[in-house]
Design a protein around this ligand. Structure first.
Ligand code: 4AD
Ligand code: MG
Length: 459
């Protein structure tokens, strides 16, 4: 592999006859030299290129504008200037692709909103370059985390016939012509559709991965999921990535332990292995970022039954837009109160009322609550949602009936409870929400390469 700018910047010694390719961030000319700040995406820092005015073809330098792609040969030499140890003394410079002066990233700072409109160019800025390098490293680390612990990665399907969460927030997959939908007694005749039945984009790989949990043991999925919920918030995307472990012979406590360990390990990894990129966020995006992250690494998460959470919220001095009430879901303002004001650290709320949670969660002995858990973190709110699953055939069948689901659709899910059923538990961690926590970036649209949200599908 050809060395990259990050390798040259960490070099132990000067090197003759090197070459680099990248994009010009800035160019400054003096009488005798031009200085080019070059970035190739390998790290946050640029390398400085010195182009001597006596170099052959120097008169072309005016075409080497901000945004241009260039290829440079030269020598890596110790930099006499401040701020960098190494620079490149160019021996030849070739313009590969010029950038006219309407290149949108001329000035240093642009608003996040504006940069979203140019999602094809925003990774050329320091901040977005850093986000997407962290995103890449972290994806790899997620796999490391599970593989080291003996979990198998299962590729669950993207096209599905089941609504996992039962919330009906699904995108349809069809090859029917919307102008000529075949009808049968006033209803769409899906038998004529591609799969001969209704098909959707998955909202979660959980139900599918449960079958593998009941055969391979500890498993996980990590892939894109889709939700057609019309919530235009800074924490919801229509397409996002989810990590979903599922453990066999495990209960809610094992689940909480895994969720807590996973978040702590991934935070530690980011602090240790993404230090350069992270420093940008600590400096420019959220001044309290390192404190928040150290706090997560160094403190145990609070574990709080839902009923106690409601008590705390009801006696809170803060005034909430939504009154906290037993039986209602926690709102973001409640979640943030618990983590940011009351406990000042991550909180795992568990044993939620059964009526606000999904059908597959295990019913507790009180008959009112289920073995559910949400992990809440400062500034983001809910980052993990999970549960111990209902492994008892009769209980699950009864719940499916109560919810008015079509039992036939769940025949295979019920069979898992008929043949060798075993207690199991798992959760879903929103990968973008994790990135928001790690970088302090407050809008989910800014941690995913090409955001999809209601009324926004730019590229
Ligand atoms: O709480 P959720 O809906 O749980 C499930 O889907 C379960 N089937 C997971 C499981 O037990 N295997 O979603 C899990 C997490 C949330 O806590 C949140 O972090 C993220 O997924 N999430 C979203 N992230 C971005 N945009 C959205 N629209 C999201 N919806 C959920
Ligand atoms: Mg949830």
């Amino acid at each position: 592999m050809k060395p990259l700018i990050k390798d040259f910047l960490h070099s132990d010694s000067a090197i003759d006859s090197i070459s680099v390719q990248g994009w010009v961030r800035t160019r400054r000319d003096s009488k005798e030299f031009s200085f080019i700040e070059l970035n190739d995406g390998s790290c946050l820092a640029n390398i400085q290129i010195i182009v001597d005015a006596s170099l052959d073809g120097y008169e072309q330098i005016k075409n080497i504008t901000t945004g241009s792609a260039v290829s440079i040969n030269g020598n890596l030499v110790e930099s006499p200037g401040k701020g960098q140890r190494w620079e490149i003394q160019a021996t030849s410079i070739e313009l590969i692709g010029g950038a006219p002066d309407d290149f949108p990233l001329q000035k240093k700072r642009h608003s996040d909103e504006y940069l979203r409109t140019i999602a094809h160019l925003r990774p050329r800025t320091n901040k977005y370059g850093a986000i997407f390098r962290i995103r890449s490293k972290l994806s790899h680390e997620v796999h490391q985390f599970f593989q080291q612990r003996g979990f198998n990665w299962i590729h669950t399907p993207i096209i599905t016939g089941a609504d996992c969460e039962g919330a009906g927030e699904l995108f349809r997959v069809t090859t029917l012509d919307p102008a000529k939908v075949p009808l049968e007694n006033g209803k769409v005749d899906y038998q004529q559709d591609f799969f001969g039945k209704e098909a959707m984009l998955t909202v979660s790989g959980q139900l599918s991965v449960e079958s593998f949990c009941q055969s391979l043991g500890n498993v996980y999925t990590f892939g894109p999921t889709f939700r057609a919920e019309n919530s235009n918030t800074s924490r919801h995307a229509s397409e996002f990535w989810m990590i979903e472990p599922e453990m066999a012979f495990a209960d809610l406590e094992d689940n909480m332990n895994l969720g807590e360990e996973m978040i702590r390990e991934l935070v530690k990894f980011t602090i240790d292995e993404c230090a350069d990129d992270l420093s940008l966020f600590a400096k420019f995006v959220d001044k309290t970022l390192m404190q928040t992250l150290e706090n997560i690494v160094n403190n145990e998460f609070v574990r709080l039954p839902y009923t106690e959470a409601i008590d705390i919220l009801q006696s809170a001095k803060s005034s909430f837009e939504f009154e906290p009430k037993w039986g209602n879901d926690l709102q973001t303002e409640h979640e943030r109160y618990l983590t940011e004001k009351h406990f000042k650290r991550p909180v795992i709320v568990f044993d939620y009322p059964k009526d606000i949670k999904a059908f597959y969660m295990r019913l507790n002995d009180d008959n009112k609550t289920v073995a559910a858990m949400d992990v809440l973190v400062p500034s983001v709110g809910e980052i993990i949602g999970g549960s111990q699953r209902e492994e008892r055939f009769d209980f699950l069948q009864k719940r499916i009936k109560q919810m008015n689901f079509n039992e036939e659709d769940y025949w295979w899910y019920l069979e898992l409870r008929k043949y060798g059923t075993a207690p199991h538990a798992g959760f879903g961690l929103g990968f973008e929400r994790l990135l928001m926590l790690l970088t302090g970036v407050s809008n989910i649209r800014d941690v995913i390469p090409f955001p999809r949200t209601p009324k926004h599908l730019e590229f």
